[in-house]
Design a protein around this ligand. Structure first.
Ligand code: PXG
Length: 287
């Protein structure tokens, strides 16, 4: 059976799931999205993802044509139709089709798209041995230009940094903000461990407020690990005892090298490993 894709309240076979080439989502990257995971038939923190989607839309002056409750239901129903229990869910809302020209008022029909598919994690050995990352020369979008808190369809900023990572033989790149401070990676938030405490850049460093980031902060708090949301520079990463990334797709993944410097012992550290274990338990237990 072919996967079904939700578009505007209807389900289409994957091959027939299409929208107009006049859609401003395609023409200008004008729209918003979410990447969500389901574990054992339960969608992890669906309400938070739906809230972030509607906040992104509000910020770009886009009115999503359905209510939050209907969106949440559509996500769960689409997963059920596809008989998926462990899935990656992509929710996309485009500005809709219209005439050429930037003006969003020239569009009429925002498209709500829900794709539920199999998940693709980083290779398993990287969770064991850790990632090597580089710092990208491409800086993270200036919050006054396009705020990184908006999960917009315009991901070229991150893609440019991802290309740098790939060219350097890495799978992720660290992005700095316009002040040269540590912001986040192209699709993941970053944490370091120093002297038993957890440090991560604050939201006003110009980052996406990751839902995995929030969950890991909660887990660390519950485990009694001190937390510092504070401005960080690359020195903090190079000299950390441990480093890891968080994201819906990546979950919690250790980083063992940045710009050629081994971090800590150059192997995944104990606090990283413990938080990874706690995160796995959480996604399977939380209702
Ligand atoms: N920062 C950025 C820039 C992201 O795009 C995260 C942090 C982590 O946020 P969550 O809420 O997922 O913990 C993201 C989200 C992909 C992909 O295909 C990556 C994300 C989302 C969807 C797809 O690599 N990262």
């Amino acid at each position: 059976m072919s996967l079904k894709v939700y578009i505007g309240g209807k389900l289409y076979d994957k091959a027939d799931a299409k929208i107009s080439v006049y859609d401003h989502g395609l023409l200008y990257g004008d729209g918003v999205f979410e990447g969500i995971r389901a574990y054992s038939g339960r969608v992890f923190r669906l309400a938070q993802h739906v809230d972030r989607l509607y906040e992104s839309a509000q910020s770009i002056h886009l009115k999503i044509p359905i209510a939050r409750e209907e969106m949440a239901r559509a996500v769960v129903d689409t997963m059920a139709v596809n008989k998926l229990t462990d899935a990656y869910i992509r929710v996309v809302v485009t500005r809709g089709g219209g005439s050429l020209g930037l003006d969003p008022r020239k569009t009429t029909d925002p498209q709500v798209i829900i794709i539920t598919d199999a998940i693709s994690l980083y290779p398993a050995e990287l969770y064991e041995h850790g990632l090597k990352i580089i710092t990208a020369g491409t800086m993270r979008n200036h919050p006054s230009a396009l705020n990184p808190r908006i999960k917009s369809l315009n991901y070229l900023n991150n893609i440019m940094a991802k290309v740098e990572a790939t060219n350097a033989g890495c799978l992720e790149a660290l992005m700095l903000n316009h002040k040269g401070e540590v912001a986040e990676c192209t699709g993941d938030n970053i944490f370091v461990v120093r002297k038993g405490a957890l440090h991560t850049p604050p939201i006003d460093a110009g980052i996406l407020e990751g839902i995995t980031r929030d969950a890991v902060l909660e887990l660390a708090r519950a485990a009694g690990v001190p937390i510092f949301e504070r401005t960080m520079d690359r020195h903090d990463v190079y000299t950390a005892d441990e480093c890891f990334l968080t994201g819906t797709a990546a979950e919690v993944i250790p980083v063992v090298e940045c710009d050629g410097r081994a971090i800590g012992t150059g192997t995944p550290g104990p606090i990283t490993t413990d938080l990874r274990r706690r995160f796995h338990a959480l996604v399977r237990e939380e209702r």
